[in-house]
Design a protein around this ligand. Structure first.
Ligand SMILES: *Cc1c(COP(=O)(O)O)cnc(C)c1O
Length: 388
């Protein structure tokens, strides 16, 4: 019975192997300050999204332990049944305050948030405009919704305006989706301009701020780049990166959040996050809100790196170094590992074909001397591998 199934899987894997696109899971045990033990080697990680090292913060860990001791290891049911333990309210209030919205709703993960929010807001007869480099789960949420999804060129406001002018009138509602900070390129969306464009065309702007919260806009994210809040009615994000834990969220008006709580299927039909996870995020967001200078550090570290190597100035803690072929990126990653650095290769389909890369991320606790050693290793071993 399973023969054709195993044959199918083996054939697919052989094809991925031939294209250097097979993925494997590697045990990686992380410790404080970017330490990571992998394959028997002690490495310094420059590829975690734990930008503020809050996953290792003693107060955050303590909050998780205390909540687990008090309420148990799991939520026991969907939030709409009995899974809505009393820690959710505090976290949602704190997120809404940080993001300057009336309310917030916490989901099981960022991926689940996007799969739930978008189909709750748009469907058949509606239009979605998505930036070409939007995260996979934004595009997946759009496809799931049944709305017509049109891609605009990356960060190209004129192209987005052109599509709106030509197509908007033919649809009931229109949603514009974009990463606030692009996950694989580290550049920023023109959030304030997109917000104005959206209002002009009666479209709803949704930003995925997975890599914005805690690290840009004084830690408040990509809606706060210019010091004042951009007019973004739907600020989505994750608790799994700078917040250091796990979970996703939407910050929006009370009416929108109430609708999402009733209709987002990934909230309704999925178990609530465990108490320890919610308590850890609550403590981490409290630390983020209180420490804008901590939130500024990852970007400052990234700029130290880009300036020393004459790369374009970092706009976020994410710095890509595009190498082209997947096997070249894998080789570069292995060379850096030999020097003691963990920087994983990012390959298609996570990034477009022919743009396999090293994706460096910088964290608050990276020491300047370690960054300088990394700069030296990249200059010696990686820059010469770049396609000309
Ligand atoms: C990581 C990421 C997500 C998914 O968040 P998880 O909480 O890890 O599921 C969504 N959007 C973007 C832009 C991301 O980088």
């Amino acid at each position: 019975m399973t023969d054709s199934l195993d044959q199918f899987a083996a054939g697919k894997l052989a094809d991925l192997d031939a294209r250097h696109l097979r993925r494997t899971l590697i045990d990686t045990d992380r410790g404080p300050d970017g330490a990571a033990r992998r394959g028997g080697r002690d490495l310094l990680s420059f590829c975690c999204n734990d930008y503020l090292n809050l996953s290792q913060h003693p107060d955050v860990k303590r909050a998780a332990i205390d909540a687990t001791a008090k309420f148990g290891a799991g939520a026991g049911a969907s939030r709409l049944v009995t899974g809505n333990h009393s820690l959710f309210g505090s976290l949602e209030t704190r997120l809404a305050r940080l993001k300057g919205t009336e309310d917030a709703c916490v989901f099981g993960s960022g991926y689940l948030a996007n799969l739930g929010i978008i189909p709750a807001l748009v469907g058949e007869g509606d239009l979605i405009l998505a930036d070409a480099l939007s995260h996979a789960c934004l595009l997946a949420g759009g496809r799931l919704s049944g709305a017509e999804q049109v891609i605009f060129r990356h960060n190209d406001l004129d192209h987005a305006a052109e599509i709106l002018t030509a197509r908007r009138a033919g649809f009931r509602h229109c949603l514009i989706v974009t990463d606030g900070v692009f996950s694989m390129d580290g550049d920023l969306a023109p959030v304030a301009e997109l917000a104005r464009l959206a209002r002009r065309h009666d479209a709803w702007l949704m930003t995925d701020d997975a890599h914005g919260i805690g690290v840009v806009g004084d830690g408040r994210g990509s809606s706060f780049l210019d010091g004042e809040k951009a007019d973004v009615p739907l600020q989505m994000g994750t608790l799994s990166k700078a917040v250091g834990g796990y979970g996703g969220y939407l910050c929006a008006s009370r009416a929108v959040v109430d609708l999402v709580r009733s209709r987002a299927r990934t909230l309704v039909y999925s178990t609530g996050l465990p108490p320890g996870v919610v308590a850890a995020a609550d403590k981490a967001v409290e630390l983020i809100a209180a420490q804008p200078d901590l939130c500024a550090r990852p970007l400052a570290k990234a700029r130290r790196f880009t300036r020393a190597l004459n790369l374009p100035d970092a706009q976020s803690p994410i710095v890509p170094l595009i190498l082209g072929p997947a096997d070249v990126a894998l080789g570069a990653s292995e060379l850096l590992a030999a020097q003691g650095f963990l920087v994983t290769a990012i390959r298609p389909p996570t990034v477009p074909d022919g743009t396999a890369r090293l994706r460096f991320t910088f964290c608050a606790e990276h020491g300047d001397a370690d960054i300088d050693r990394l700069i030296h290793a990249v200059r010696q071993h990686v820059l010469p591998m770049r396609a000309v």
